[in-house]
Design a protein around this ligand. Structure first.
Ligand code: ATP
Ligand code: MG
Length: 226
């Protein structure tokens, strides 16, 4: 992890030093450098946030406030935000069965974080112009959310390891796709903090489906899938 932290810091300092060195440069050059610094700072900010999250999850100091929460409302927000982020890769996200709802004992902020981690992956490892489908259904006692993409997929040998911290798949990935391998471990922690489960199914070059299941809030369990 120290490599992931140090690299952007080194690049930020390097870019600034090179730009400041020697004689004055055209404004456009300063602008380019500053834009790059902003981009790297954002990357670093996300990484530090993720590291702190996992550290807090281990020390038991992470607050999670469960209350009756509509998954449909959360998925609507996630879908909207995903569509904005997906534009840069000409991808789109849609919700299937948008009229269906499920109430769980959940922390809305954390649940949103969980699903945004999954759609972030679907965008990053999706194919340009591809589709992301979000689906919500109820089983007997649980709400089930699936997020499916039609992107790169994950080799079978890597699949059992992707929820491990800092595990990344290299084969067939463009080297420019950054990441620290913390998204899925965080997603797993959040799912389990909701007494739920998370699993992943994938076919190389075909796509990936991540399934999150969460117990339905008391009054809903006996009328699943109506
Ligand atoms: N939808 C997906 N399609 C293809 N590969 C995926 C998908 N989701 C995850 N992976 C693979 O699993 C690995 C672990 O995912 P994870 O989200 O934990 O880390 P990351 O995306 O590499 O970095 P981070 O989420 O910390 O920015 C990724 O490196 C990627 O190769
Ligand atoms: Mg990720």
């Amino acid at each position: 992890m120290s490599h992931e932290l140090r690299t952007p810091l080194t690049v930020i300092r390097g870019e600034a030093e090179v730009t400041l060195r020697g004689k004055e440069k055209p404004i456009s050059e300063y602008r380019t450098t500053l834009e790059r610094i902003v981009q790297l700072s954002n990357q670093l900010n996300k990484l530090v946030g993720d590291i702190l999250f996992l550290a807090r999850s281990e020390s038991g100091t992470l607050q999670i406030n469960l209350k009756p929460t509509s998954l449909s409302v959360i998925l609507d927000e996630v879908c909207q935000e995903t569509n904005i982020l997906a534009r840069s890769r000409s991808m789109s996200a849609t919700r299937e069965e948008a009229s269906h709802d499920a109430i769980v004992q959940g922390d809305p902020e954390r649940l949103k974080q969980l699903f945004m981690i999954l759609t972030d992956n679907a965008i990053k490892y999706g194919r340009p112009g591809g589709r992301i489908v979000m689906r919500l259904e109820n089983t007997n006692e649980a709400a089930r959310v699936t997020i499916t993409d039609d992107g790169l997929g994950i080799p079978e040998a890597d699949l059992p390891h992707v929820f491990k911290r800092a595990y990344r798949v290299w084969r067939g990935r463009p080297s420019a796709v950054g990441g620290a391998g913390l998204g899925l471990p965080i997603a797993k922690w959040i799912a389990e903090a909701h007494h739920g489960t998370i699993s992943i199914a994938s076919a190389l070059d075909r796509g990936t489906t991540v399934t999150v299941e969460c117990p339905l809030s008391g009054s809903q369990t006996s009328r699943a899938d109506r």
